[in-house]
Design a protein around this ligand. Structure first.
Ligand code: AMP
Length: 191
């Protein structure tokens, strides 16, 4: 399976990604996690990404695309993967199309978690407190949402037009949402 998990920041993508990954035995690839790991290690990539992340802005496409290309090339992603937090721009959609086409495969489904905006802010502020995430001040959270609406929401129509979009209600218990996601994915034929 080659899947994308989408949704606004705080929709619970990371949590659901790990369940999907387990169920379908595919690696969950989170660009946010890879960036954060690089920031902690102080790599060149981390240094480049940090100022964008701290401001709630997107890391430039060239940087992000290269990183995903490298990750998808790893042996564990050969038979499938779940992308969490990528693509986020139309340019990234094109880039990903190229990467997948090159391997002779195709995208099977794009799952979008739909959630209530106010609930999201509350969740993110709670998470910021629990995890001490430096990129989660209220201003930054609002900025991330704006950018999501401007740059990432348009991707939903792109995938809907391709007939591979699955919208899942992301509100409620984690387990309930997981159940809905699994149910929706049951009908997806594996390419
Ligand atoms: P996330 O944990 O997915 O919310 O990602 C944290 C931060 O990493 C984002 O706010 C961006 O600064 C950066 N980031 C993650 N994925 C991408 C992406 N696909 N394109 C650009 N920036 C990204």
């Amino acid at each position: 399976m080659r899947l994308i998990l989408m949704g606004p920041p705080g929709a619970g993508k990371g949590t659901q990604a790990s369940f999907i990954s387990e169920r379908f035995k595919i690696p969950a690839i989170s660009t946010g996690d890879i960036f954060r790991a690089n920031v902690s290690k102080g790599t060149d990539l981390g240094v480049k990404a940090k100022r964008y992340m701290d401001a709630g802005e997107y890391v430039p496409d060239e940087v992000t695309n290269l990183m995903v290309r490298d990750r998808i090339d790893e042996p564990d992603a050969e038979s499938g993967f779940l992308l969490d937090g990528y693509p986020r721009t139309l340019a990234q959609v094109e880039e990903l199309d190229g990467m997948i086409k090159f391997t002779g495969h195709q995208l099977d489904a794009v799952v979008v978690l739909t959630v209530d905006q106010e609930e999201i802010v509350a969740r993110l502020l709670q998470r910021a407190e629990l995890e001490g995430r430096a990129d989660d001040t209220e201003d930054v959270i609002r900025r991330r949402q704006e950018i999501y609406a401007e740059q990432t929401e348009p991707l939903i129509d792109v995938y809907r037009d391709r007939g591979i979009l699955i919208e899942v209600d992301g509100m409620g218990d984690v387990a309930e949402v997981t159940e809905r996601v699994f149910e929706a994915l049951e009908d997806v034929p594996e390419s």
